[in-house]
Design a protein around this ligand. Sequence first.
Ligand code: GLU
Length: 469
Amino acid sequence: MTVRVRFAPSPTGMFHVGGARSALQNWIFAKQQGGVFVLRIEDTDAARNRPEWTEGILSALDWIGIARGSYEGPYFQSSYAGEHRAAAQRLYEGGRAYYCDCTREDVQARTGPQQRGYDGFCRDRGLEPGEGRALRFRTPDEGETVVVDLVRGEPTFENKLIEDFVIARGDGSPVFLLANVVDDMSMGITHVIRAEEHLPNTPKQQLLWDALGVKPPIWAHVPVVVNEKRQKLSKRRDKVALEAYRDEGYLADAMRNYLMLLGWAPSGDREIVPWSVIEEEFRLDEVNPSPAFFDEKKLRAFNGDYIRALPVEDFVEACRPWLTGTETIAPPPWQPDEFDPAAFAAVAPLAQTRIAVLSEIVPNVDFLFLADPLIDEAAWTKAMKEGAADLLDAAIVAFEALESWDAESLKATLEAVGAERGLKLGKAQAPVRVAVTGRTVGLPLFESLEVLGRDRTLTRLRAARVRLV
Ligand code: GLU
């Protein structure tokens, strides 16, 4: 039997990092089993779906390595409405489902507000189909439903505690629970790997598989992803969109490595490992069922490690979207013709060891490409204390006299200027750095001045000096 798995997102918002994690787990599992990965877009919630979200899912999957054309699909759930209705009809005709005209108020009036779920009032009323009548599944009164779950063992549900749940609404439209099962069935899905939040649906869905006469799949409910307060990551509160991480400058390799560590770890005492190791070692039955903490700080540190491991040419290439701007990344503050690739290449290795996400490249190098540096006023106030004017005057004179404009000579010169004033190098650097780059922190100062060049450095120092008068 060929293993067939599916990833079945709903296109109702930005692509969630938890979804990306499940997609990767499905992808790896299929690959390990020599199986097939199917992408199914569950677009039946017409009020919340938007085509751009579907495009967002496809491009985000592409970005983390699940490339268009290398999987089956995308299929669209909305194209199978006929099959969903036919399955509902079959369940009705076989006596496995019945029509019900109770409103929620009717049910509550009978059961009291405390009791949840349907009381079975219409079970034996023999109602015909009709406008406003929902179709409910007749759950067995006895026995239990045992879910075989690779992550959770065998969660077992007593059938008598499962209410007669709705499978088609009063307007005849089948609900998610049924559509999802019918599609899995017709797509020959053998393993359903999805987030834990669907576990409560699973006994109901498994009863539907049984009632429709098909052997249910093997399930794997992977842990919910939570924030530092142990709350489920939510798009209203947390940064959850994979695209947001991409546009901030997380590398796809770092991201997918990190996502696979949510609830699982490779062998040995390692976390950063090549993708091939993850593909080889990952096991669903080793996934920890407890909630997995999405630690953005750790992800940042991870990304920094990945950035530092790039060959410098690849780093330069990887920075490009932030140096030019794209459809989703804001353009940098300089004009395209102000950008100097040679100057960038000269400082790239210095930046590479210092930034954790690629978007940070821009504030580190903008001083090289702008006619005037963007002065951060707080940095200015901090650096331009008493003595700054005198120090700048001396630095200007000493720099003008330099024979060779290189980092080493610049450093020795400023060190001497500082020493004459009883200042350590760090203190002497501060006004020079702010005058030239606009900021108190950044790339190593003397290398920066070397690349910026004598004329531009002196112009900026003089401008700062004028401002201090
Ligand atoms: N469309 C469902 C969701 O996005 C997926 C259900 C499933 O994987 O079975 O949550």
